[in-house]
Design a protein around this ligand. Sequence first.
Ligand code: FES
Length: 164
Amino acid sequence: MTTATRVLTDEMIEKIKAFFLRYPTRQAVTLPALHVVNERLRCVPIQAVVEIAELLGLAPADVQDTLSFYNFFKQDGPHGTTRAWVCRSISCALRGGEEVLSHLCHKAGIKPGQTTPDGKLTIEAAECLGACEFAPCMLANEELHKNLTPAEGEAFLGRLLERS
Ligand code: FES
């Protein structure tokens, strides 16, 4: 019988356990736990789901349900060191968001949801980023970029990739 290689480090486990006192139930810790893993691995592999479930006393399916509900966590491999979300909801779509998205994907040689082969960039289509008055918008890592044109989006990503 083979044993799967464990994914959660001691540091991750301690970080997750620190949430136990702050949340009313272990189930409520599921989402923060997923973020702990995602922040470190840039994905949440299925083995991490199993280990989070074990730690929280839940069924792996419960953790997996939470994970898939948000459509945020990758399981097939890490996202790029830069993850760019280009909004395609109505306000942004009406003001060129789709063009920004397809231009950036074209320049990077990938499709929405994919990562460049060097692992530096993932481009995602996003639903409303809550900044409709500045459409079209892109969230890249922690920064919101407003009133984007395709050229500005490309220049911004170029700067980010130079730094990474
Ligand atoms: S529609 Fe794009 S930020 Fe709201």
